[in-house]
Each structure stands twice: as structure tokens, then as C-alpha cells.
Design a protein around this ligand. Sequence first.
Ligand code: ADA
Length: 569
Amino acid sequence: MLRRYREHEIRRVWDLRGVWDFAFLGDREPDEVEVAGIEFGDRMGVPGCFDASPAYAGRRGLAAYRMGAWVPDGGKYRLILDGVHHWGRVYVNGEARGDHVGGFTRFGVDFEVGGAGEVEVAVLVDSRFDYERCPLHLAYFDWYHYGGIARGVELHRLGEVWIEGVRVVTEEYGGRKLLVVVEYGAKEGGGERELEVSFDGGEVIREGVKVSEGGGEIRRRVEVPEAGLWSPEQPNLHLVGVRLGEDDQRERVGIRQVRTEGQQILVNDEPVRLLGVNRHESHPQIGHGLPASMLVADAQLVRDLGCNFVRGAHYPQDIQWLDLCDEMGFMVWSEVLGWQHTAEHLTDPHFMQAQLTNLEEMVAAAFNHPSVIMYGILNESRSDDPDCRPGYERLLGRLRELDSTRLVTYTVTRPEKDLCLDLVDVIAVDCYPGWYNERPEDIPQYLDGIAETIDSRGFDDKPLMIAEIGAGAIWGWRDWHAGYWSEQYQVRLLETEMRHLLAEDSRWCGMTIWQLCDCRTSEATGRALGRPRNFNNKGVVDEYRRPKMAYELVRSYYRRARDASKERR
Ligand code: ADA
């Protein structure tokens, strides 16, 4: 999807972004809609979010998108959609081809055509909250769930045998030993195809392989002694190319190892201190579908702030964003969609299945991105409730099964009674001292108290970080009282917190400020009343990325901390 490198040199791919036909259908049920009967009286940009446009601002409901795609010959095709908010059903020539739940992950639908011509692609998009249909997006979450086709759409021509995906695993970073796993699909089996693997353009494997009917997996080991390693300071990247018969795929990868040792996180055996921000992928005029220019602008802000770490809160972020993180040397926490769930959800098989699918889709997208060093689940859910523990075990266990090369974590809000800390590699605490609780002057003791609690519970052998901390400030609101919502109060809290958490001898291995940018939040009354302007105002820049007073403060603390760790090396 408009990556920073060409994913295919042989496979034919058509970019379907542009202006599509659009109809807002409101409260209609998707099962009752006849696609052929829809009157497409309007148009909408793809990617984009219809409710971020003035004409449909704030409207939730069912919407329909349509476009005509040209196919040059008969055969098998795949439509790939990178983000449909938040439930979607895809039709090709009037026939439903597949549904998808959850807005922030890729899915595809396959179809066959008899010959060259135009095919009608239609997508029903539902942004209403409906637990039965889509338990991943719920009304009470603290962000605005925009609706629409928010990320790119592509059409791929597939042959008799096609590559489903390529995963490149660093097996031994010192020896530059890689495992290349090629998943493929095949209409028929028994045939032989040529497999070619290249590294930075140079052939490393060429051989014949038998393909199995329906598909299968090919695993090959390669050694690339000359390759540079990926690290936050030197983010070297390499292109791994795979050709299987008439199909091909390229992946841009980094060779590195992530692990923990005692209280430290190590990248290539070097301790790293995480200096980060939480990032929502949201903009009031664009919704969730940020164009390349905005992604780059956000990445430049992260770099300018001196950060080396970003938490993708609270869902898998755009693949193009991960590409930027890879090349700019940011470490990333990639998170499964979720927010403050209780046992009611975690014991519900319907919810758990949706979580597992979302998790699998996230891992598939993140796998070859060296920037992603850890995965997170279930933001601020009830990990202190014994009824929730099986859910945590299941999701974290599945993450480890799918990808054992990364760390796993979740955010802890009740450190004294949390019941799942043994399941994670990194203990990550969310707290808002001086904002929701405690007095500003008590912040250092409060933070020390959390660390002592964790350690005294026997987890002093694990890295401990702050995943969220911060304060709200309305851009431009400066006041002699320097109280709540003023830019000065945000500065006061962040300064106290950063000074303490980033101290040389700190127990904390990192921190992520809540948050990089202000973001629109849920329209639900309870939430709106506690959030001036209906925004979560804890950004160090506002929703238009205009800096608040806190920006300079954060920048100076993070830059100093980075310089200090460079000196130590
Ligand atoms: C929580 C949550 C964030 C945000 C934050 C806040 O920690 O994870 O999404 O809601 O609180 O602003 O209070």
C-alpha cells in the first residue's frame, strides 16, 4: 500500500485510491440493503472518513462507496482494503464477497472474472456501535471512531500460484542469520515452481519447489554476513525479495534482536531507555486516514521531540507509519484494538474471537517492521480480576505463538493487585498523578510507591515503564492561576514527572507521555462532559499539531536523556 519501496515487481497491482461514489444510508441494516438499488448521490475521497467532512460531520450510520475498476484479463483477483471503519462488507459486481470487523487492519476479498472489462466494487461501511456485529469499537472509548474507507485500497492480479505473505525472522543477529518464511496459495497442486530469494538485489537462493494444492509454507535459512544491523541510532534496512513462479513480493526488513535482561530492555544486547509519546492516528479534518504528508509531519514531530519510541494507541497504526518508524529509528509498541474491558467482555467468546483475529491481523502487518519491538493488548482492562486472567493468558499466549521475537505487555492501572504481571516481558503502568489523583507536589513519592509495589510483589526482575502519564491543556489557554487545562499546569506536571522518571538512577526504563496530539473523543455524554471541546486535550501539540508550552519542555528533557545515553555508550 504505497510503501517506501516497491512491494511487487512482477505482480500487477492497481491503486484504487481516488474519488468514489458515495451514499449515506443512515440507520439501515446492511442485510436489508440491495446494492444495485442504492442511489449514489454524492462522492467521497478514498482514503478518507466521511464524518470528518463538513457534509457528514458527526453522523454515524451505514454508508456505501462504489467505484469501477478495470481488469485487463480473466482470472483471479484480490481486493485489499487497509482500513474500513469500522465494519465493512465488500461487493464485486453486486455479489457480497466478505465482511470485516475492526477499522485498523487489512483484509482482502478474492474474486474471479471471465475476461477484460470493468468490475463494480462496492463497500458497505458501518460506523455505528453494535457489539454483536463489531465488538472491537465501543462507544465509551476515549477517542472518536470516524467512519469510512480510511486507508488505501488495491486490486491485485493473482495467478495459479501466488504469495500470501513473506515473513523474515532474525534468528541470530550477530551471525546475520535469517529465516525466510513464504506462505503461498495455489489453485492446483503437484506442479513445480522456481523459488528465488534475493537480499538487497543479490540472489541468495534459486531452486525448484513443489507446490501443494491449496497452498503451503516454504521455509529457507539465509546468511547475510555483510548486512548492517537495525538499531534506533542506526536504522539499517534491507530488501528481501521472493519470487515464486510468476508471483513476487518484496519486504523491507531490519536485522536486530530485542530481549529483556533484568530491569532492562536490550536491542542488539545494548540497553535502551524508551523516550516516547502515545500517538492516536486522528485529525479533525481527515479522521483516521492521514495522508502521507501528515504521517511525515507526525514523524518529524516525534523526531524533533527527541523521542526514540512511540506507542500506537490504541490500535494497529498505518503500515506507512511503521515504514517511517523503521527508517527513522523509532521503536514502536503496536497495540491490539481495545480499551478498558471488564470480565463481561473477556469471558465472552464473541469478544475474544474478535480480539484474536485483530491480533493476528496486527502481527501480520507488523512482522517485518524492525521498529516494532513490542506488542500490547487490552489497554487498561481489568487485569486485577481473576475472571479476566484467562483472557490475558490467551491473548498474550497467542502473541508469543505468532511472534516470539518481540516483547509483550499491557497497561497496568492497579499495580498493587494486578494478577497478570507474570505474563509480560515489560511491566507498563498508566497513571495520571496530579491530574486524576494525588497532588502535584506528591508526584515523585507516588511514582516511587508504584515502583516499590511492583518490586515488592516479586517483579523486580522485569523492566518497568510508564505507558501513559500527562495532563490536559487547551492550546492557547495561559492563565495566572495556572490551574487545570492551562498550558502552565501541563508543563508543571510533565516537568515534575520527567525529572523524576528520567533521572540517571531511575528504576523506570522508559516513559511514554499521553499524548503526542490532542484528538477528538467519544460523543457519549459522560465522556464529553469531562473533555472540553469534546477532545482529549493531553497532547503536547493540539489536533492541528500546533505546539503547546509543554512541547519545548518535553523536547529538552528527551534530548538531554538521549544525549546522556549516547555518552554512556
Ligand atoms: C487512559 C487511556 C487513554 C486516555 C487517558 C486519559 O489512560 O488509556 O486512552 O483516555 O486515560 O486521557 O485519561
